[in-house]
Design a protein around this ligand. Structure first.
Ligand SMILES: O=C(O)c1ccc[n+]([C@@H]2O[C@H](COP(=O)([O-])O)[C@@H](O)[C@H]2O)c1
Ligand SMILES: Cc1cc2nc[nH]c2cc1C
Length: 346
């Protein structure tokens, strides 16, 4: 597996950035979170004139062996079917990406099915991985598969970067993957599973209890997980593993890294354990309605830009937050200063 080296942005430009923000024609601090965003993006890009280039959203899809156990309201075939829906342009994320001119890429990271080579999909699965193993019986994947998945996720970001993209969102599709995310969360955040497990696609009270019991069994089975890679490989999935590599690579390249909901944040938890400097590049876009997401964000000391009660995934939160991020960059570039507009400052 490649080693990631993520630089801490040079803070010597900070004062100049803050000065530019403070002398825009507005009461000091009045653009609130937009100011913080503008500052972070300017710092990442080491410029007083930040820009967003060729925004991309990458949806990683993968299946889960444990999905046969009844941990989701929907059957596992939906993962494959939704990938076909993405390809045909009919999913929520297609709509939002079209609305904001974001290029959407769909990645087969380990779906239980074979896609025609000619389809506009990034065929990125490791050979013969049609979903993870059932972690109620064995690790979801081998350590080698985890490492390869991270590398594959990283490699595809390198290509997108070379095409001129400097802001990239991450989303996923995988029936059963809120369970993997909860198991990862419980381990990394050191919280009891009951605080990490939620309704996912919409389980009722009884099914939620069963999900918690099953995940407790999985946690009991995989007790000795002393590295982030072991946590990732014990619980999966392949889409989460590829997101880990993709997020790390994007940060290493100095891109703005947009994080979606509960599952994407669980990938970020692993990435952050591997290389904490990723935090300088991450923007948390939406606080999911999935019950554990707030605690996950709290653990990271993060605040999401939006809270719209979505629990969809697909990178939907990133696409919806994008115009707000654009506004932060635009005010930095286009707004008059007190001096240029002849407005009295205090
Ligand atoms: O991103 C989220 O916060 C989120 C919260 C709940 C569900 N999802 C989506 O729903 C699927 C997982 O739900 P489940 O119940 O099958 O574990 C998967 O395809 C996710 O993209 C996503
Ligand atoms: C229909 C459907 C669409 C989704 N998109 C992301 N997760 C999903 C889960 C289901 C069930």
């Amino acid at each position: 597996m490649k080693t990631f080296h993520i630089p801490v942005p040079d803070s010597s430009i900070l004062e100049a950035i803050q000065h530019k923000i403070d002398f825009k024609t507005k009461p000091l601090g009045a653009l609130g979170q937009l100011e913080k965003l503008a500052l972070r993006i300017s710092l990442i890009q080491q410029t007083l004139n930040p820009s967003l280039q060729k925004p991309h959203l990458v949806v990683f899809a993968g299946d889960h062996g444990a999905a046969q156990e009844g941990i989701s309201k929907y059957p596992p075939e939906v993962t494959y079917q939704m990938v076909m829906n993405f390809v045909q342009g009919g999913a929520a994320i297609n709509v939002f990406c079209r609305q904001h001119n974001i290029t959407l890429e769909v990645v087969d990271a380990g779906v239980n099915g074979t896609f025609e080579k000619s389809l506009p999909i990034i065929h990125n699965k490791i050979p013969n991985t049609f979903g993870t193993n059932n972690y109620l019986k064995e690790p979801a994947m081998s350590i080698k598969e985890g490492q390869k998945s991270i590398d594959r996720g990283a490699a595809l970001i390198q290509k997108i970067f070379e095409n001129g993209c400097n802001i990239i969102g991450f989303g996923e599709m995988g029936i059963g993957n809120t369970s993997s995310a909860s198991l990862i969360m419980s381990k990394i955040c050191k919280l009891p599973l009951s605080e990490c497990v939620g309704r996912g696609t919409g389980l009722d009270d009884q099914a939620l209890k069963t999900k918690l019991q099953l995940l407790q069994k999985a946690q009991d089975l995989h007790r000795r997980l002393d590295t982030p890679l072991k946590v990732l490989t014990a619980f999966g999935g392949f889409e989460i593993a590829q997101m880990v590599g993709a997020m790390l690579q994007a940060a290493e390249l100095g891109m703005i890294v947009l994080i979606d909901g509960f599952i994407a944040t669980s990938a970020y938890l692993i990435a952050h354990q591997i290389e904490p400097n990723i935090s300088h590049y991450a923007v948390f876009c939406h606080q999911s309605d999935e019950s554990g997401h707030k605690a996950m964000l709290d653990f990271l000391g993060a605040n999401a830009l939006l809270k719209l009660d979505l629990r969809l995934g697909e990178g939907s939160g990133c696409a919806l937050a994008y115009p707000i991020i654009q506004s932060a960059v635009n005010f930095m570039n286009e707004m008059a200063s007190f001096e240029s507009a002849g407005v009295s400052n205090v």
